[in-house]
Design a binder for this molecule. Sequence first.
Ligand code: XMP
Length: 512
Amino acid sequence: MARETVLILDFGSQYTQLIARRVRELGVFSEIVPGTTPLAQIRSHRPSALILSGSPASGYRAQAPMPDPGIYTLGKPLLGICYGFQATVQLTGGRVAKAPRAEYGTATFVRDAPSPLFLGVPKRFRAWMSHGDEVQALGQGWTRVAHTANCAFAAARHATQPFHLIQFHPEVVHSPMGRQVLRNFLFRIARLKGGWSMRHFVRTAVADIRARVGDGLVLCGLSGGVDSSVVATLCHRAVGRRLVCVLVDHGLLREGEALEVARELGEKRGLDLRVVDARERFLAKLAGVTDPEQKRRIIGAEFIAVFEEEAKTFGPVEWLAQGTLYPDVIESASAGWGSQVIKTHHNVGGLPERMRLKLIEPLRLLFKDEVRELGRELGLPDHLVDRHPFPGPGLAVRTLGAVNAQDLAILRQADAIFIAELRRAKWYHRTWQAFAVLLPVSTVGVKGDERSYEKVIALRAVDSSDGMTADWTRLPASLLARAASRIANEVRGVNRVVYDCTSKPPATIEWE
Ligand code: XMP
């Protein structure tokens, strides 16, 4: 299949990642680059088409991020969305100014002229707008295609080039015609073939890793989570036994997690996997520490120390494979316009520099659910691929206060019961993340005929799409009743179970 890539120039809109998603959903691979990327670099991506994103910036201000004007000489199909529309107008002889009335929410579009972008779209349609500036005049060679009540130029096209501009956001669900508009752009205007899928991704990623690594040795830290398991499996497919995986068992993993990963990846798939039992070491470092941030820092630093010691036993390693995902790569709109910053992976922060390792991040263009799909494509079992997110510092931030082995054992058992009951009731996949928390208080209870004075377990389950905001999951009472009863009866040292019904904000998902 010919390699087709839509390059998305990011000017910092909160929706840029959604554009990438929608394009991939339509079967065309897409990549996001900073909106100000110079032409030479844009060329090196060999884009089949360009999409210019929205932005919180105002194009007529001096510091506004602007695309390299050379992109308009490439002759590649181009779609400018919102700010991408306005920036294009400014660079091609038109005029943009502050709108007398900002427009946020849905607006009715009325088409004034035919355009292949709107094939199959009614003459009047509703779409999502979010802009405080407006286009007041188009440059030479451009034609107006649509207007709204507040916006004289709501869509435009170029007379001779395959350039199309729209003021609305086709990528959001509030623009019901958006998908059709994007489809028209990709398949009618850019004449792409589509058909991209995870299978193609695997093929290109494997070839890419092989080409980069050559005869080098690759190191990969496994956490038990989805991302690192998928990265390791993918790298293993590319370089086989030249990949060495290290799983640091810090004793803060979920029930059976270290073993399961060792079995699935090590025994079944033949990955060279070393499990380092560092449980005692972490416990010793964490003894008596109650401050959540300090716990995090200790765990991070100790993780690096253990990982580094283990890695040194392998001889000269050149590469480190990491499960960095797209949301880690692309900076959010509020943090700056279109500049890429890679969030340091919490587990191995600072390690690449210290060990002079070069990074391989094969998932850096994927979203979480795409990683799951990739995991399935690579043949990883569902229970590994579908796992809820799990924090790097693990159970340490779920036993509140100082961490000790006894409490960890209690928590692990309670958590396993809760998860088992969620799975049994078919609720595991209906909630985004669920877990147990061990509270550092004892309460009075009665077991048999005896008074007990034991710990409290809090259960937490949340609905979320990215962990940034969350609402508590309305689990059925029967499920909660069963989980609570089992935990209070089966877990020694616990006599009370409560359910956390706070959203984020004001709470956070984790308790620490
Ligand atoms: P909060 O508690 O901030 O959590 O609402 C949001 C999401 O992030 C996870 N989380 C972490 N992940 N290192 C991680 O890798 C951490 O220190 C950490 N703290 C929270 C949390 O499980 C939830 O999914």
